[in-house]
Write a protein of this length. Structure first.
Length: 421
């Protein structure tokens, strides 16, 4: 959806999977270019234009207005007190509510459906691709992938990191169309890659076709040289990533636990490294003196940031729609493991992330919404015997599933195989 840059806050999966590919072998068709970041990851880019959609001129006019209504507040490099007291007023919240209704209905995807324009075909003819890699995530990109594949006889590699076919527009009649079109794309693709065993098993059962197994990847060696000795008289709890999917509810529970524990109340601070603040973030969390909001660190700086943690917090919401989180694995999980710091996982047992932690044993897990249970498990962080077992499990999980060299070669070999068929 967004332009993949050499460094940006949202496309880590793609930048890791294709990190060793020659730049001139990768081109991207994308919808958005506004994501923060820098550097070119691909050799060529094509951003969807008005000619690539039905009624494209009207779409461009409306899109900016609607997305500004739901846009989150960006985290600035210097997050001062004037930012911390920001609270959306009634007008902001009402605009977000209306904007969310328009976006979640999915009707705009039908009215402004994508098509192959002369401009796009010129771009494709110039690059001459051997394989189409797609994640879908919208009716428009599902349609485009199929159109390009059939017109140019190019095989498709389909990969997804969460169950968007079941969660996208699920409160709208358009959700039925998404399910049907996603199923067509998946069955038509020559290579299908699922995230984690839970998703693979479900997708093979649901769609009746085989899926390869993939995970988020990184280089464990770059974390080793960055490990610091944690200051003993301070308790630094770190969370990195987005606050969407109502994850802030888990942070509120953690905040309440800290305030009831005398040691933590006096010594603990929560550091939230994120790219934006949702408009619906509760005032209590936004203005808490125990919570510090900071911009997401660059990927190369992340090992140093994580090494400073007394505890790494990995939350999922107990109130988020189940289909939105059931088969996804957090993009932070493997990075947390590689840092070898204690990990506290808090969320419902059906969440892909929580299920992965429970099965793999690489974190201390609380899988029911209970501040009492959260407090009890927080005490176990200080138990050296327990943490030794958890850290050994994390090392094993990294070696088996998340090593960049092995995982990258596995994906490359599978894509190479379908390109030569």
């Amino acid at each position: 959806m967004s332009k993949v840059k050499e460094n940006d806050p949202v496309n880590l999966l793609l930048r890791m999977q294709f990190a060793d590919w020659p730049k001139d072998k990768i081109a991207q068709i994308h919808a958005q270019a506004e994501i923060n970041g820098f550097g070119e990851f691909c050799d060529k880019y094509y951003q969807l234009k008005s000619c690539d959609r039905l009624f494209g001129g009207l779409f461009d006019l409306l899109r900016g207005k609607v997305f500004r209504m739901v846009d989150a507040k960006k985290i600035k490099e210097s997050y001062g007190e004037e930012n911390k007291i920001y609270v959306p007023n009634f007008t902001d919240r009402f605009k977000k509510y209306i904007g969310d209704l328009l976006i979640k209905s999915g009707l705009w995807e039908i009215i402004f459906n994508t098509r192959l324009s002369e401009c796009m075909m010129a771009f494709i003819n110039d690059f001459k691709p051997d394989v189409i890699y797609t994640q879908g995530y919208s009716l428009g990109f599902v349609r485009l992938s199929m159109l390009i594949s059939k017109k140019y006889n190019i095989p498709i590699c389909f990969q997804t990191t969460d169950d968007w076919p079941n969660s996208l527009y699920n409160s709208s009649p358009v959700g039925w169309l998404i399910k049907r079109k996603a199923s067509e794309l998946i069955k038509y693709s020559k290579l299908r890659l699922a995230f984690g065993e839970k998703m693979r098993d479900e997708y093979e059962k649901r769609y009746g076709v085989k899926f390869g197994l993939t995970y988020h990847l990184d280089n464990p060696q770059r974390f080793i040289s960055k490990r610091n000795e944690v200051v003993k008289d301070k308790f630094k709890i770190i969370y990195t990533g987005g606050l969407g999917h109502r994850r802030y509810e888990a942070i509120l529970d953690l905040l309440n636990v800290i305030r009831r524990n005398q040691f933590l109340k006096e010594n603990a601070e929560i550091y939230v490294y994120t790219h934006s603040i949702p408009r619906e973030l509760p005032k209590e969390i936004l203005n808490s003196k125990e919570i510090n909001y900071l911009p997401l660190p660059a990927h190369e700086n992340l090992p140093l940031v994580l090494s400073e943690a007394s505890l790494l917090f990995l939350p999922e919401s107990f109130n988020e729609d189940r289909s939105a989180i059931e088969y996804s694995i957090s993009t932070k999980a493997h990075l947390y493991m590689m840092s070898e710091r204690p990990i506290l996982v808090y969320g419902p047992p059906y969440s892909g992330t929580v299920n992965y932690a429970s099965r793999g044993g690489w974190g201390i897990v609380v899988d029911e919404r209970s501040e009492t249970k959260l407090s009890e498990k927080l005490d176990k962080i200080f138990d050296n015997d327990i943490m030794m077992v958890v850290q050994n499990s994390a090392k094993k999980c990294v070696e088996n599933n998340h090593d960049l060299e092995k995982g990258g070669k596995n994906i490359y070999d599978q894509i190479l195989a379908i390109s030569s068929q």
